[in-house]
Design a protein around this ligand. Structure first.
Ligand code: CMP
Length: 143
């Protein structure tokens, strides 16, 4: 079954939004098969965001994402990668539709509350960067 990596960023955790964001994905029908509050190291931040390393905002991005704890999740369900991105909304919260997570909770592109994998390759890479296999719990979809 398809899995995606989703992470509430430090701004969302500080504002107490982690549980309500997780609840949106659960209410939609996705299973949470891994979840943890964690402090990202600078190394992990640079690896996670390696594709942006030449961008002018890279330093700001690394310092923001390591500025406090994040709430990392592995979600499972049919079509979860694309659908979670729709639920999250556009990168720039000003362009994110109301009803999406960024549209409802964020204003700034640099502090946009949540990250979600953008492809099957990113999902696989990000899940293995953040979670060990023991931290991912298989749940029966028949439950
Ligand atoms: P995310 O989905 O986590 O992936 C990369 C992040 O870079 C993105 O969300 C934004 O938070 C951030 N980002 C993208 N463009 C800018 C920008 N112009 N200035 C600051 N941060 C940005």
């Amino acid at each position: 079954m398809e899995r995606s990596f989703v992470m509430v960023k430090p701004d969302g955790v500080k504002r107490g939004l982690a549980s309500s964001i997780m609840a949106r994905f659960e209410a939609k029908g996705y299973r949470i098969c891994g979840a943890k509050l964690m402090q990202m190291s600078e190394d992990l931040a640079k690896t996670h965001y390696a594709e942006h390393k030449e961008r002018p905002f890279f330093g700001e991005l690394v310092s923001f994402i390591t500025s406090g704890p994040v709430f990392a999740m592995v979600l499972e369900g049919e079509g979860v990668i694309e659908e979670a991105r729709k639920m999250i909304g556009k990168t720039d919260p000003k362009e994110a539709a109301p009803g999406t997570i960024r549209g409802d909770y964020a204003i700034l592109k640099s502090e946009n509350i949540i990250h979600g994998s953008d492809s099957p390759e990113s999902a696989e890479r990000e899940i293995s960067l953040f979670f060990s296999s023991e931290e991912i719990i298989e749940q029966s979809s028949a439950a």
